[in-house]
Structures are given as C-alpha cells and as structure tokens.
Write a protein that binds this ligand. Structure first.
Ligand SMILES: Nc1ncnc2c1ncn2[C@@H]1O[C@H](COP(=O)(O)OP(=O)(O)OP(=O)(O)O)[C@@H](O)[C@H]1O
Ligand SMILES: [Mg+2]
Length: 282
C-alpha cells in the first residue's frame, strides 16, 4: 500500500442538538441537546476509540467528523481546514458492509477508488487492497457468496481504496462473531501499519478499544446536565499489538467498565442481579 497522508482532526467546542417534532396530543416541538462542549485534538496517524452508552452520540460525533452531519455550534477541522460538507479526505466504514449485491467483491472495492485513475492503476490498486485484506482468491465472488467476515473485509478495502487521510469506523466489527472480530482487529492493525492513517473508531467493545487505540475517549452525560460530552480521555499504554492478557490492560478495562456502569462480572448497575427472563409457558 502506498502510504496515505494521515491528517490531524480537531473538534472545537462542538455541540449538536436535534429538533424533536410535536407529538400528537403530547409535547410541543422542541430541541434536544445530544452533544455539547466536545473539544478534542487527534494527531495525524493516531487511533482514537470512542466508547459510551448506546444513544449517547458516538455515531453523531463520527458523522460530524466526516461532514455527514454538521454541529449546531462549534467546528471540526481536518488538517487545519474546516469540514463544511461530506469530506473527501475521510472514508467511512459501518457495522454492516453495505456492498452492492450485483457487483463482485473487486467491483465493490473499486467503488471506493478516487476518480481519474486509468484502468491499469485501478486494477492494480484493487488487487493490492484485496490482497491486503486476504480476499485475493474471492475477488470474483458476489456478496451473497461470501461470509459476513469476508464481506466486512471487502468493505474495509473499499474504505481504504481512496487512501483516506482519516478513516471513520462506526462499530465496524459489531456484527461479527467473536473469533472473526479478533481477526479483523489484527487486520486493522496490519492495515494501519501499512498505511498509518488517522482512525476514529466507535465501538461498544472495551477490549477492542484497548487492543486498537492509542487513546480512548469516553462520551457520556454528566448528572443533571443535558447532552453528552467527553468524560474521560485515557491513553492506552504499550505498543501494538498488545498482550490481551496483560495486567495493565486488565486494570484499565476494569476502570472503563466501571465508568460505563458495568461491574467486573458484567452486570449492568441498576438492574437487580436476580432479574431473569420469564420462561415460556410450557
Ligand atoms: N438525524 C437525527 N434526528 C434526530 N435525532 C437524532 C438524529 N441522529 C441522531 N439522533 C439522536 O441522537 C442521539 C444519539 O444518536 P447516536 O446515533 O449518535 O448514538 P450512538 O451513541 O451512536 O448510539 P448507539 O451506540 O446505539 O449506536 C439519539 O438519541 C438519536 O435519537
Ligand atoms: Mg451508533
């Protein structure tokens, strides 16, 4: 892979509120603050994981970074210049692969290429990307003919096709089984080594964040205040790939789970330990 020029990203005092329409016979139209006071600088080539409870605004923040959404107040910059609309310096990867079913994997990867490349350069780039994600032998298959993990690898290759300066990933491995997920994490590290682009990764998986990120950003609301903001920024020690079983990471994991309101045994606080799902009547 030719090295991407990785770009720094900055959020400056970003807030986002959404209009809530009037409900029939209920509340009048109003707006709801989802994010507030988000200020963060991300260095070129850095991998930052965003963790937080469901609905706290992680995807919204990622969309704002890529210009798919805009902040109500504040600003985002990439490489020092403002993001004003869908930004060509970013590529986005989602939880589901979003491949076109009538195109082969190679054809789907080619969709991510920049315009203006001649045929030979296009073919060469697609071949290299498929090789990078271990899909060379499956280039001619269509999405329905491959596994979920293979489809997600093709989706990652498509996102990388443009050599993006910023890669935005929204729970990219969230729909995969545990083993495939671990393999995809290793693959992402390999990809980052080969082309060290800046990565913003939204995940629900604390271990994934600890394995992949330089820093972990915890988004959440403060008691009594509307809107989520950055509650904590944690620097993950050690160079990648990290020992998944290290005591240092175990300590950080416990701290993160605690901040997320989950105890070390995996119980969400506030839900009685004795709560059970009622059995089906026999
Ligand atoms: N276009 C929109 N219009 C109105 N409300 C929106 C819009 N986009 C997001 N929201 C609201 O903003 C809040 C945050 O949504 P967001 O998708 O960013 O959460 P999230 O942290 O990514 O959640 P999850 O972990 O479940 O994916 C939610 O309450 C959602 O309903
Ligand atoms: Mg989300």
């Amino acid at each position: 892979m030719s090295p991407a020029s990785a770009f720094p990203v900055a959020f400056v005092d970003v807030a986002r509120e959404f209009a809530v329409p009037k409900t029939r016979g209920g509340a009048s139209a109003h707006s709801r603050l989802v994010l507030r006071d988000v200020t963060l600088e991300i260095a070129a080539g850095e991998v930052v994981a965003i963790l937080g409870a469901s609905g706290c605004g992680k995807s919204t923040l990622l969309r704002i970074a890529g210009g798919l959404d805009s902040p109500s107040t504040g600003a985002t910059t990439i490489d020092g210049s403002a993001v004003t609309g869908v930004d060509a310096r970013c590529a986005v990867g989602f939880q589901e692969p979003r491949l076109l079913p009538w195109r082969t994997l190679a054809g789907n990867v080619a969709l991510g290429l920049p315009r203006g490349l001649d045929r030979e350069a296009r073919d060469e780039r697609v071949t290299r990307l498929l090789d990078l994600v271990g899909l060379s032998a499956s280039a001619g298959l269509r999405p329905r003919e491959v596994s979920g993990g293979m489809a997600q690898r093709a989706s990652l290759a498509r996102a990388l096709a443009r050599n993006p300066g910023v890669l935005l990933l929204d729970e990219p491995f969230g729909a995969l089984d545990a083993l495939t997920r671990l393999k995809m994490q290793d693959l992402l590290l390999e990809v980052h080594r080969a082309a060290p682009t800046t990565i913003l990764l939204v995940t629900h998986d604390v271990d994934e964040a600890l394995q992949l990120a330089d820093r972990i950003i915890l988004l959440g609301a403060e008691e009594g205040r509307p809107g989520a903001t950055i509650r904590r920024v944690l620097t993950v020690p050690g160079s990648r790939p990290r020992d998944r079983g290290s005591a240092e990471l175990a300590e950080l994991r416990a701290e993160l789970l605690d901040l997320l309101g989950v105890d070390r045994h995996g119980h969400a606080r506030g839900i009685p330990a004795s709560s059970t799902i009622p059995a089906f009547p026999s």
